[in-house]
Design a protein around this ligand. Sequence first.
Ligand code: KIV
Length: 288
Amino acid sequence: MSTTFTIDTATSRANPTPAPMKRLTVPAIRASKGKGGDPLVMLTAYTVRTAQLLDPHCDMLLVGDSLGQVIYGLPSTVPVTLEMMAAHGAAVVRGSYHAVVVIDMPFGSYEASPEKAFESAAYLLKQTGAAAVKLEGGTAMAPTVRFLSERGIPVVGHVGLTPQAVNALGGYGARGRSAAEAEKIVADGCAIAKAGAFALVIEGVVEPIAIELTRMVACPTIGIGASAQCDGQVLVTEDMLGLFERTARFVKKYDDLGGRISAAAATYAAEVRSRAFPGAEQVYAPKD
Ligand code: KIV
């Protein structure tokens, strides 16, 4: 059965029919580790309508700072601001009822100190109603993850290929090909999990690292370019819908939305130019 939505214009709240499932919680996600249930399903969402469509199928929705490239055409996630994250995060919370909504902390909003991170994370949660934040980094970020977690801010960690560090890493290639780098990524993931992260994104690493980390940490691991043996998977929604010609090797395209949008626009343009649109059904007849 498909879900329909009635928009309450006073609150911008979309009321779904049938009534939504109860919203999942951070403790439920955390406790799913090792229970033998289905892998966790996570997708990115940046807008209310996308959130509405994805929500019934997902355990977590990630308001990723990938919105920098996907929505704003920025060259990387580095220029993304707290205000951008807050605006899109609030839209995703308004469009979701079931999934735990996690918001990325943008570059520059958390690295300087745990106190700075708390201020930024609290701003994001207050502005949006999201349940948790995600931040990138390993051992160096562990004290910050502990500081936030102990003060009521649930944190998802993110190790391996960390896109905010593109300038330091020199690109978006897979990480952990050398023994030293693999050892560091495993140590990073363990430190973040031990510091209290309730889930850990592992991005763009050689598969044995993802398998080892999944075995070693007490929280669920969410893979992206990692391994099917992670406790869950995440993809950028626009990537998996086929909105872009070029994507990373780890993306599987479940549709060709780019091709379909282009074809629809071409048909519309042809009908406008031939005056086939608007037709009789799309114009208002005067009252008799
Ligand atoms: O910003 C993002 O979309 C992410 C995912 C790729 C994990 O961090």
